[in-house]
Design a protein around this ligand. Structure first.
Ligand code: FEO
Ligand code: CA
Ligand code: CA
Ligand code: CA
Length: 629
């Protein structure tokens, strides 16, 4: 925590501040236990012995011939760290802005005004705030991006307020309309890439857009409200973080820290255990509940139960109603990585980003048939949660009524509680999951965890050090990888290892130095966004501490790196402006442009001194226009 001024906190930081890490004794002993159990005696070499025990043979046994071949997999010359306020990419590459917060998607929007934080009436006609997960869709001859607008920075969006707290319903509406999702066509012209203003594909989905609720929880009493007595239609999608793409060409947007929007005008209201498990409390940062009764759970107690889902959007039809797919569970959804199992069932991997929460997968009952009916594939299926064991094995535990004592609808609404009942492994904040397109394996970024081993999760589950969460005060994070049994993503059993343990080998000589594939030249902290390109390289985006001091000295600003799954080699490709995180990546149809999201930069990015900082998507190309992914 760099700063206690809550106006400048990310959602995660705000959460940490509200619920701080307790003072503990015996912390050193906890670390020692982790090191000796894993054999992490000192940095690089020691990780080798630990890794071998975890079945990490591929990374460590690479011959020099393999290493030579691997060298050719990185078509770029890695870059050093940066601490400045702009974007850097390797020699031979260049970047340009595709779109930034406030840029017009429709010509009737008012041009962005740095003095007002943009026009309130245009908030749902422009590119929204805090760009996050995104996917590119090719629809006929059109290229259409769907992208999340995770949250707002009210002190930036509402500069007329003293502290960013809305003072009126109009202020609330502006914030509600700047978040959600944007779907918009893009095209490359002589001056580079730009949105196609007024394209019929263009659409803003906000905190007010009508949604359909489907799956096992649809119509359940816990989802019924006075405005929707059937419990099947809700308004808005919230805190849209990571994303996913189905094989049938729809966009999956994932509701993460939805709890932050629902409050109570009665500060004394009793908070149920179910609300507590999701961090829902009377106080909010955005004060929606003061001006919009839908967000006041003292008046509308079921409204928070209608958020926290994966929402499917059809990017080919701007009039299509988004669908909340309750079968995929209600958690703080990070992203949704889809893959087809050997028998054609649809598998969706999903992380729940909070300290000590879990990693999930959904497996459809039906088979995906290209061109067939896909309307119920994400409604009819089974949820599983991961348990990892010390011996490098793991299993997916089914969340069924028999094993949880909950109905199928309750499992889909109070998914965290169901997962606790079956004994899932508490994780170090599961962020993005990615699936390798050229090998049957999944990856999940475990971004960091200040409370590992010292505090249970919000449901009271202990968070012991061990398995894929091998370090106590885990400031750096790691990426866990699993190999489904029989090369089948629908399988119950898997083997796992750590693809990388981030760390600082200059400052530390113990487990906090990181794994053997971390060195002074590529170190980073807090892996978060992650996606494979079509060639099987994994792109890792960070959302961490960018002070470049102390434990983080030598890491610089947040960054994006490319990793080779076979050799473990990781190289830095991009550095982001100070204050920002890198999140969201997709490619043009011809793979000659890579689009990368820059979220919550500090000024003067990208418009220069004296201007508001604006989140933006950058378009990156090779100067020789070759394919980059
Ligand atoms: Fe929105 Fe967990 O990142
Ligand atoms: Ca994230
Ligand atoms: Ca973020
Ligand atoms: Ca993060």
């Amino acid at each position: 925590m760099k700063d206690i001024d809550t106006r400048h906190l990310s959602f995660d930081e705000f959460d940490e501040l509200r619920d701080p890490r307790p003072a503990t004794q015996g912390f050193d002993q906890v670390v020692e236990a982790a090191i000796s159990r894993r054999g992490f005696l000192s940095g690089l070499l020691a990780f080798g012995s630990g890794a071998a025990a975890m079945g990490m043979g591929t990374m460590l046994s690479s011959t020099s011939a393999q290493a030579q071949a691997a060298a050719t997999r990185f078509a770029f010359k890695p870059i050093g760290i940066a601490t400045d306020a702009t974007v850097h990419v390797p020699e031979g590459y260049s970047w340009d802005i595709l779109v930034r917060w406030g840029d017009k998607l429709f010509s009737d929007a008012v041009a962005f005004d740095h003095a007002t934080g943009g026009d309130a009436a245009s908030a749902d006609r422009v590119f929204g705030e805090n760009t996050d997960g995104m996917e590119m869709f090719t629809i006929g001859s059109h290229q259409v991006i769907a992208v999340n607008h995770e949250y707002v920075n009210p002190e930036i969006n509402l500069p007329h307020t003293a502290d960013g707290v809305p003072a009126s319903l109009e202020d609330v509406r502006k914030l509600q309309n700047l978040q959600g999702v944007a779907v918009f066509e893009v095209a490359e012209g002589p001056d580079g890439w730009a949105p196609v203003v007024d394209s019929p594909f263009n659409r803003r989905i906000t905190h007010l857009t009508p949604m359909k609720i489907s799956g096992p929880a649809a119509g359940h009493d816990l989802l019924k409200t006075a405005a929707d007595p059937a419990g099947t239609e809700s308004l808005g999608t919230f805190n849209n973080c990571g994303a996913g793409k189905t094989p049938w060409g729809t966009y999956l947007t994932c509701e993460e820290n939805f709890n932050g929007y629902f409050g109570s005008t009665n500060a004394e209201i009793e908070i149920s255990p179910e609300f507590k498990r999701y961090g829902i409390g009377a106080e909010t940062r955005y004060a929606y509940e003061k001006f919009d009764a839908r967000f006041d759970f003292s008046q509308n107690p079921n409204e928070p139960n209608r958020a926290g889902y994966v929402v499917e959007i059809d990017p080919s039809d701007a009039s299509a109603t988004p669908v909340k797919r309750t079968a995929l569970g209600r958690i703080k959804h990070e992203n949704a990585a889809c893959v087809i199992a050997r028998d054609g069932r649809v598998v969706v991997y999903m992380g729940d980003d909070e300290r000590g929460e879990f990693l999930y997968k959904y497996v459809s009952n039906g088979i995906y048939v290209p061109g067939g009916d896909t309307s119920t594939l994400l409604d009819d299926g089974n949820l599983f949660v991961a348990r990892f064991t010390e011996d490098g094995k793991g299993e997916w535990l089914a969340l069924t009524p028999e094993l949880t004592g909950m109905t199928q609808a309750e499992i889909c609404i109070h998914t965290r509680i169901a997962a606790s009942k079956v004994g899932a492994t508490t994780m170090d904040r599961p962020e993005w999951v990615a699936v390798n397109p050229v090998a049957v394996e999944g990856y999940c970024c475990l971004t960091n965890n200040s409370r590992r081993g010292v505090k249970p999760n919000a449901g009271g589950d202990e968070t012991p050090v061990g398995g894929p969460n091998p370090r106590a005060e885990n400031n750096y994070g790691q990426i866990v990888r699993w190999y489904p049994e029989n090369d089948d993503h629908a399988a119950v059993d898997f083997d796992w290892d750590l693809y990388v343990m981030a760390g600082n080998p200059v400052v530390h000589k113990d487990a906090y130095a990181g794994s053997g594939n971390i060195n002074e030249g590529n170190m980073f902290n807090s892996p978060d966004g992650m996606m494979f390109d079509s060639t099987g390289l994994v792109w890792i985006q960070t959302d961490g501490e960018d002070s470049n001091e102390g434990d983080f000295a030598g890491m610089g600003n947040n960054q994006m790196l490319a990793g080779d799954p076979v050799t473990g080699r990781i190289e830095r490709f991009l550095t982001a402006p100070v204050g920002s995180e890198v999140t969201g990546i997709t490619w043009s149809a011809d793979k000659r442009t890579m689009f990368v999201g820059i979220q919550h930069p500090a000024a003067p990015f990208p418009d220069g001194e004296g201007k508001l900082a604006r989140s933006a998507i950058v378009a990156i190309k090779r100067d020789d226009n070759a394919i980059i992914g």
